[in-house]
Design a protein around this ligand. Sequence first.
Ligand SMILES: [Zn+2]
Ligand SMILES: [Zn+2]
Length: 145
Amino acid sequence: MPKKDEIAGIAQAREILARAGLRTTAARTAVIRWLQSAKSPATHADIAVDLIPMGFDKATIFRNLSDLAEAGLVTRTELGDHVWRFELRDEAHAGRAQHPHFVCIDCGTVTCLHEIDMPAASQKSISKVGKVTEVLMRGHCVACG
Ligand SMILES: [Zn+2]
Ligand SMILES: [Zn+2]
C-alpha cells in the first residue's frame, strides 16, 4: 500500500473515532482500517488472523469490535450460521436498516448488496410487525449456480 494512502487511511479512522467520541487507540484504529478495506462482513476470526501478527491479541480485537458496535460505528450481523459478522456502518444508511446481504447456501460467501434499498411502502408495512435490523437473501452465487 502506498505510504500516502496509509496516512490518509489512519487519519480517516481517527476522524471516525473522534466523531463517535471514542478515544483513538492503536487497536481501534487497526480494527477500523481492517474493516475499511473489507468488501463483505467479516468474523472476529477473519480480523484476528491479520491483526494478531501486528501485535494485537484476540481478546483485545473482540473487545474493540464490541466497543465499536456499541458506539454505532460497526454493525453486528448474524446470517443464520450463528457467527457474528462485523462491518462498518454505511453512513448513508444512518438510522435505517443496513443494506441487505446475499448468502450463498453452497459456499457460504456473503455479499453486500449496497445498491438495494427497502422501498418506503415495504418499510411502512413492516413497521406494523416490528423493527427490521437485518435483510437477508439466500441462494446460489454466480460461481456456484
Ligand atoms: Zn457460492
Ligand atoms: Zn454488508
